[in-house]
Design a protein. Structure first.
Length: 141
């Protein structure tokens, strides 16, 4: 017969929450890599510029992937740890991503706004992950 776990042991976060936060952080980082490294690569290797074309719809598609994923992760995280800051920061990041995808015409300005949005969103998911982990590690009452 096994005894129940002591209250001081960490309780694992739900798999769905871990997946959503992990997916969202990965997507944000991939977006950042795309926004910052691809232009440098295209400048460094002019031959690639003629062969590699990123569709105009890329940012819109990325935004529509980030929106539900981030929303689910933030709602689920807030329900688990009760902190508002990660969700507010994620909302700011999503707004910046949306502005970059739909409202800004200049390539440089679009890249700057989108990059700031991607970093903001990644930080928000990191805070969400950390808050969830801190909640899991806290002894239950």
């Amino acid at each position: 017969m096994s005894s129940p776990l002591p209250a001081s042991l960490p309780h694992p976060a739900p798999r769905r929450q871990q997946f959503l936060d992990g997916f969202a952080v990965t997507a944000s980082l991939l977006c950042l890599i795309h926004c910052l490294l691809l232009p440098m690569l295209l400048v460094a290797l002019p031959v690639l510029a003629t062969m590699l074309v990123v569709p105009e719809a890329f940012h819109a598609v990325a935004f529509f992937v980030a929106l539900p994923t981030s929303t689910l992760a933030m709602v689920s995280g807030r329900a688990r740890h009760g902190r508002h800051r990660p969700a507010m920061l994620a909302a700011a990041g999503l707004i910046l991503l949306g502005l970059g995808a739909f409202a800004i015409d200049g390539e440089t300005a679009e890249r700057i706004v989108t990059s700031i949005g991607a970093v903001t969103l990644a930080v928000a998911h990191g805070l969400n992950w950390r808050a969830r982990s801190a909640r899991c590690m806290a002894p239950s009452a």
